[in-house]
Design a binder for this molecule. Structure first.
Ligand code: NAD
Length: 508
C-alpha cells in the first residue's frame, strides 16, 4: 500500500486484455524523483511468453489477410488516439522514467511520426511488375509479413522506441509481442489499450512484462520469426547471437558514445547551446546524447566557459514540475554508477569543472542530499582519449571535453571509439563538413545538428558496436525487416505452349 492506496500493479497484455500471468515474480517500479516505490511490475515466466506468442500466432492469419486499407484505417485511428492521450502517456513516462513532461511529450511526438509513416503502408508495400519478361510471361515482386515478431526495448524511451518497431510491423501484417523495460513498463499498457480502442483485433499487439527470463523465451520460441532489440551493447550482442542461432531475423541496436567535433571557425555560442541541450536533455539518458565534445585548438577554454555559464542556469527538478529542465536518473543504482565516473575522472587526471553532486535540486538541497536519484549536469574537461571516462558509455548527465589539435586528430578519436551511433560536426566550412560526412565511421551524422535522429521515413541505426545485424529501424529498412520478398513468374497457358523441353528456362 502507498499512502493507504493499493500499490500499482503493472501486468501483461495478452489477446486484448490485461493478464496477471502465472509467474509470481515481481519487480519494483520507482518514482525516480522521490526514490519511493510506486508499484510493481509482473515479471513473465516462460509460460506467460508462450501465452502471448500463442495469442499472436492465432491472430496472424486474419490480420495478414486484412486489406491494406483496413490496416491503414486502424493505424490512422491509433494515431489520433495516441495524439489525444499524449499528455497522459507523457505523465506515465515522467513518473517512472523521471524525464520532464515536455521531454516525454517530445518522445511521443517522435514516435507518432513512425505511426504516420506506417499509415502509408498501401504505398510502402507496392511491389514491382514486369510485363513480358519472356514471351507472354510476366514477373512481379511482393513482400509478405513474417508472422509473430517481437520487440525488446530499453528504459530510456518507453514509448518512442517501441513505436520505432510495432507500427511498421503491424502495418506490414505481422502480429507483435512487446517486451518493454521493466523499469518503466506502464506506457506499453496504455498503448495496448489504445490499439484496442482503434479497432486492432485482439492478439495482434501483446505485451509481456519481464526481464531476462522473458527475453530468453522470446529468443528461443519457434513461433517468433524476428526480433527487434534496442538496449545496451552487451545485451544487443547477446540477443543477436542467440536469436540468429535460433533461426530468427534479428536487428539489435546497442549503446553509444557520441562525439561532437568543434572546429575553430564555428559559432561558439551556438555550439555551447547545442552541447548543453544534447548533453543534458533527458539527463543524458539518450542513445543520441552528446557525451564528448572534441574542441579543436584554440577554442577549448572559451567553449568550456560558455558551457559552464549555460549549465549554471539550468533548473533541475521533478518531471512534473513545469519549470524543471532536467529530471533525475532512472534508478539509484544507475545514478551511483554514473556518479562513480566523477571520481574516476579525477583519478585519471581530468578536471571536474562542474560537479553535478553539488547541483541544487529545485526546492533546496544538493543532488547528493536530496531523496531520489539525483545527479546534476556535470562537465569534465581535459579528458584523455582512451581513458575510462572517454571510452565507456556513462549514460547520464556527464559531458566530457577532449582537447585536440586538428580536425584529423578529432576524426581519428571518433573512428577509434567502439560505438558508431551518432556524431556531429560544428563548423562554417562546408568543405570540412563534407569531408567529415564522408570519412566518419558513424551511422547518423549531424552537420551543425547535435542530435541527428533521422525522420521516420529514413532509417535509424548506428555502426560498429551500436548495431548488430544489417537492418536499421523504421523507414524503408523497417518495412524490409518485417517482410520477406517473393517473386512470382506467371504465364497463362495457351495450346501453343505444349511440348517437353528439359533445358534450363531462358528468355524467348
Ligand atoms: P538494457 O540493455 O539493460 O535493457 C534493454 C532490454 O534488454 C530491456 O528490455 C531489458 O529487460 C532487457 N535485458 C536486460 N538485461 C538482459 C539480459 N541479461 N538478458 C536478456 N535481456 C536483458 O538497456 P537499458 O539500460 O534499458 O537502456 C539503455 C541502453 O540502451 C543504453 O546503452 C543506450 O545507449 C541503449 N539505447 C540504444 C539506442 C539505439 O538506438 N542504439 C536507443 C535507446 C537506448
Amino acid at each position: 500500500m502507498t499512502h493507504g492506496r493499493p500499490a500499482k500493479q503493472v501486468t501483461h497484455w495478452i489477446n486484448g486484455a490485461e493478464v496477471a500471468g502465472g509467474s509470481a515474480r515481481r519487480a519494483e517500479i520507482f518514482n525516480p524523483a522521490t526514490g519511493e516505490v510506486g508499484g510493481h511490475v509482473h515479471l513473465a515466466g516462460p509460460e506467460d511468453v508462450d501465452a502471448a506468442v500463442a495469442a499472436a500466432a492465432a491472430a496472424f492469419p486474419a490480420w495478414r489477410d486484412a486489406s491494406l486499407m483496413k490496416r491503414a484505417q486502424v493505424l490512422f485511428r491509433f494515431r489520433e488516439l495516441m495524439y489525444g492521450h499524449r499528455d497522459e502517456l507523457a505523465a506515465l513516462i515522467s513518473a517512472e522514467h523521471g524525464k520532464v513532461h515536455s521531454d516525454a511529450l517530445g518522445e511521443v511526438a517522435r514516435g507518432l511520426e513512425v505511426v504516420e509513416f506506417a499509415c502509408g503502408i498501401p504505398h510502402l508495400l507496392k511491389g514491382g511488375f514486369s510485363e513480358n519478361v519472356s514471351t507472354n510471361v510476366d514477373s512481379f515482386s511482393i513482400r509478405q509479413p513474417l508472422g509473430v515478431v517481437a520487440g525488446i526495448t530499453p528504459f530510456n524511451f518507453p514509448a518512442m522506441v517501441p513505436m520505432w518497431m510495432y507500427p511498421i510491423a503491424i502495418a506490414c501484417g505481422n502480429t507483435f509481442v512487446l517486451k518493454p523495460s521493466e523499469r518503466d513498463p506502464s506506457a506499453a499498457l496504455l498503448m495496448a489499450s489504445l490499439w484496442k480502442q482503434a479497432g486492432l483485433p485482439d492478439g495482434v499487439f501483446n505485451v509481456v512484462q519481464g526481464d531476462k527470463v522473458a527475453v530468453d523465451r522470446l529468443l528461443e520460441h519457434p513461433d517468433v520469426r524476428a526480433v527487434s532489440f534496442v538496449g545496451s551493447t552487451p545485451i544487443a550482442r547477446y540477443v543477436y547471437e542467440t536469436g540468429t542461432r535460433h533461426g530468427k531475423r534479428v536487428q539489435a541496436l546497442g549503446g553509444a558514445k557520441n562525439h561532437m567535433l568543434v572546429l575553430p571557425d564555428a559559432d561558439l555560442d551556438l555550439v555551447a547551446d547545442a552541447a548543453v541541450n544534447a548533453g543534458f536533455g533527458s539527463a543524458g539518458e539518450r542513445c543520441m546524447a552528446i557525451s564528448v565534445v572534441l574542441a579543436v585548438d584554440p577554442v577549448g577554454d572559451e567553449l568550456v566557459d560558455k558551457i559552464v555559464q549555460r549549465v549554471s542556469t539550468l533548473t533541475i527538478g521533478p518531471g512534473d514540475d513545469p519549470d524543471a529542465q532536467m529530471g533525475p536518473l532512472v534508478t539509484g543504482a544507475h545514478r551511483d554508477k554514473v556518479a562513480s565516473y566523477l571520481d574516476t575522472a579525477l583519478a585519471e587526471g581530468a578536471k571536474l569543472v562542474v560537479d553535478g553532486r553539488e547541483t541544487l535540486v529545485k526546492g533546496g538541497a544538493t543532488a547528493a542530499e536530496t531523496p531520489g536519484f539525483w545527479l546534476g549536469p556535470t562537465v569534465i574537461d581535459q579528458v584523455k582519449p582512451g581513458s575510462a571516462v572517454h571510452r565507456d558509455e556513462i549514460f547520464g548527465p556527464v559531458l566530457s571535453v577532449v582537447r585536440v589539435s586538428s580536425y584529423d586528430e578529432g576524426l581519428q578519436i571518433i573512428n577509434d571509439v567502439e560505438y558508431g551511433n551518432g556524431t556531429a560536426i560544428f563548423t562554417n566550412d562546408g568543405g570540412a563538413a563534407r569531408r567529415f560526412q564522408n570519412e566518419v565511421e558513424v551511422g547518423m551524422v549531424g552537420i551543425n545538428v547535435p542530435i541527428p535522429v533521422p525522420m521516420a521515413f529514413y532509417s535509424f541505426g548506428g555502426w560498429k558496436s551500436s548495431l548488430f545485424g544489417d537492418t536499421h529501424v523504421h523507414g524503408a529498412e523497417g518495412v524490409h525487416f518485417y517482410t520477406r520478398g517473393k517473386v512470382v513468374t506467371s504465364r497463362w497457358l495457351d495450346p501453343s505452349h505444349g511440348g517437353v523441353n528439359l533445358g534450363f528456362p531462358t528468355n524467348k
